[in-house]
Design a protein around this ligand. Structure first.
Ligand code: NAD
Ligand code: UDP
Length: 313
């Protein structure tokens, strides 16, 4: 039995990861400051003797004897990470230093949840890991983008300088049950609006693209990455390469929910990337043929069911 620390474990992705790790017979310590996550996401695990929920902020050191660390703590939605930009940088950078220090001390493997945002508004399409990105260092998204870029630097440096077994995955837009109702990201916004027959808020002309990955596909990628030999450090893209415009996403959600909602256009936020799609060749080659299995429609159905239940109390 391995003892595994998941930071941000009460969040959307973290809660699915904790569940999978517990189901596979591991002991899990879930550390979270509940900024965007909540106990409800892991309530079904509480009471399991192998699951421990700890309120802790990773900008301060944390001590535990563990075999593996998944570092997911960081607000991920633009509304949440811009709410307190300085705190977002601290979480990414000081959080990474604290968790890498822990990994170094206890000789644990450590995986960083990085992001496609390191590519900024990409001028190369689709994005391979070799692309260095096009990030505005002082724009509204920079607290997140640059924080995550610096965290990648730290993960590489601890690996090269101190021999820490680090791994970096760059996650592309991922959705599914347990996104928070006030998350503000596009899938949850559109589903909630459609279920309530409210206007669907398209930012800009809606021709910008994203590639949407269902949470289960990502968690499989996480586990496979953690289990790679120590020589595999990454970064490795994890995402679904099927690309949609925001108008196409809205239309799909309206149809799946039989909604009477109509589309309304709102201003495009500053520095909103115009296109995004992962090149997943490296992930396929490195992670035993890993590739996303769940089509957008198939992932939207359980996501819609989840939000139906949430909205009905
Ligand atoms: P989320 O907001 O649901 O989860 C983040 C969790 O981290 C929350 O539970 C929050 O309370 C916790 N947290 C925040 N700051 C903390 C701190 N200082 N100390 C301890 N806990 C803290 O978001 P998510 O979508 O589950 O994202 C999880 C991770 O994956 C993040 O690091 C995010 O950057 C990364 N990521 C997610 C996506 C995606 O599409 N979901 C894409 C790219 C990267
Ligand atoms: N978006 C939108 N309406 C919304 C929320 C988001 O049109 O209510 C757009 C947003 O401008 C962006 C895309 O959807 O182009 C994805 O936004 P999200 O915040 O989900 O993630 P991002 O990939 O931008 O970090």
């Amino acid at each position: 039995m391995k003892r595994i620390l998941v930071t941000g474990g009460a969040g959307f992705l973290g809660s699915h990861l904790c569940e999978r790790l517990i189901n596979e017979g591991n002991e899990v310590i879930c550390v979270d400051n509940f900024f965007t996550g909540n106990k409800q996401n892991v309530i079904h695990l509480i009471g399991n003797p192998y699951f421990e929920l700890v309120r802790h902020d990773i900008t301060t050191p944390y001590f535990a004897e563990v075999d593996e660390i998944y570092n997911l703590a960081c607000p991920a939605s633009p509304i949440h990470y811009q709410f307190n930009a300085i705190k977002t940088v601290k979480t990414s950078v000081m959080g990474a230093i604290n968790m890498l220090g822990l990994a170094k001390r206890v000789h644990a493997k450590i995986l960083q949840a990085s992001t496609s945002e390191v590519y900024g508004d990409p001028e190369v399409h689709p994005q391979p890991e070799s692309y260095w990105g096009n990030v505005n260092p002082i724009g509204p998204r920079s607290c997140y983008d640059e924080g995550k870029r610096c965290a990648e630097t730290l993960f590489m440096s601890y690996n090269q300088q101190n021999g820490v077994k680090t791994k970096i995955v760059r996650i592309f837009n991922t959705y599914g049950p347990r996104m928070s109702v006030n998350d503000g990201r596009v899938v949850s916004n559109f589903v909630i609006q459609a279920l309530q027959n409210q206007d669907i808020t398209i930012f800009g002309d809606g021709q910008q693209t994203r590639s949407f990955q269902y949470v289960d596909d990502l968690i499989e990628g996480f586990i496979r990455m953690m289990n790679t030999p120590d020589t595999v450090v990454g970064p490795i893209n994890l995402g679904n390469p099927v690309e949609f415009t925001m108008i196409e996403l809205a239309e799909k959600i309206i149809s799946l929910t039989n909604s009477k909602s109509t589309l309304v256009h709102k201003p495009l936020p500053q520095d909103d990337p115009t296109q995004r799609k992962p090149d997943i060749t490296l992930a396929k080659n490195t992670l035993n043929g890993w590739k996303p299995k769940i089509k957008l429609e198939d992932g939207l159905i359980p996501t819609i069911e989840y939000f139906k239940l949430k909205l009905n109390g």
